[in-house]
Design a protein around this ligand. Structure first.
Ligand SMILES: O=C(O)C(=O)C[C@]1(C(=O)O)C=C[C@@H](O)C=C1
Length: 284
């Protein structure tokens, strides 16, 4: 049996993703994304599952930055699940929306519901929590007039009432989760059909010069390698210094990838492969 860590506590979206992907393994929650990643690195757990990108709010920067700057672990799979955000209150709350004094949730969940909050509960104070599950727990143990944003699992785990369903601002809401493990074979524990395969690269440019990014992209373009994501993040070495995370829509192979790498290195870039892995689109 594998030990699987996830961003907890109970009732998070990450837990929903883990339950959808893995059957009957030993599951352990962590309060923060870095704690979960560290536990994989220190081999306290075999597999860690952390959010990487949401369709409405974009990249979970804490995850990407921690994986790039602090702990390099291979991505062995990606799990994509639909995200439905609900407004959760204590079961004895009988008032109306305008009475809610505080809204608790993870920053990504708050961001996915900005318009709803702005139009319906503009006076409520926003309180950020480490996860939507933690927000639900806070509301369940409080005697104040406060609400959480989270999922149905959180409502049932913490005995909360769903005051309003589906309050995310755009309907096609999904989050991608990275499955991290030192042992690539751990992917066999996800018993679902593989949707596609991807390879994620980390590229740093030698220095800022005209056409540098164009040269990088053309190495992929003329090989007809389709990119599904390109994102720049600060290198944290000074203003204007960036690295690029590039997702290529195909698995690693021994011909195209080594030649792209060689071409980019000849330009002075550093190229690191963060993972080549299957993508699983799951329902929760
Ligand atoms: O707080 C949770 O429930 C999480 O699993 C984290 C997280 C995120 O980091 O984006 C995951 C999915 C949703 O997009 C909102 C929050």
């Amino acid at each position: 049996m594998k030990k699987i860590g996830y961003l907890g506590p109970k009732g998070t979206f990450t837990k929903l993703a883990v339950d959808a992907a893995f059957n009957g393994e030993d599951k352990q929650s962590f309060e923060t994304i870095p704690e979960c990643i560290d536990a994989v690195q220190e081999e306290e757990i075999d597999i860690g599952v952390v959010p990487v990108e949401n369709a409405i709010e974009g990249t979970v920067q804490l995850t990407v930055d921690y994986l790039v700057h602090q702990v390099r672990l291979p991505i062995i799979a990606e799990v994509v699940v639909p995200i439905q955000q609900h407004l959760l209150v204590r079961p004895d709350f009988n008032g109306n929306l305008t009475e809610i004094e505080e809204i608790h949730s993870h920053s990504h969940a708050i961001a996915q519901c900005h318009q709803y909050i702005h139009q319906n509960i503009p006076k409520a104070a926003i309180r950020f929590t480490s996860s939507t599950g933690r927000a639900a727990e806070i509301v369940s143990s409080s005697d104040q007039t406060i609400a959480a944003i989270g999922n149905k699992l959180a409502a049932s785990e913490y005995g909360l009432r769903i005051f309003k369903e589906n309050i995310h601002d755009y309907p096609n809401n999904h989050t991608r989760f990275a499955v991290l493990a030192k042992d690539k074979n751990a992917v066999k524990h996800i018993k679902h059909p593989v949707e596609t395969e991807k390879t994620t690269l980390l590229i740093t440019l030698p220095s800022d010069y005209a056409g540098a990014l164009h040269q990088v992209l053309s190495a992929f373009a003329w090989r007809k390698m389709n990119l599904s994501k390109i994102e720049s993040r600060p290198m944290k070495t000074g203003l204007g210094n960036y690295f690029f995370i590039i997702d290529v829509n195909q698995p690693y192979d021994e011909v195209l990838f080594p030649s792209v790498k060689a071409e980019l290195e000849a330009l002075g870039c550093q190229v690191t492969i963060l993972g080549t892995y299957p993508v699983f689109n799951l329902n929760v």
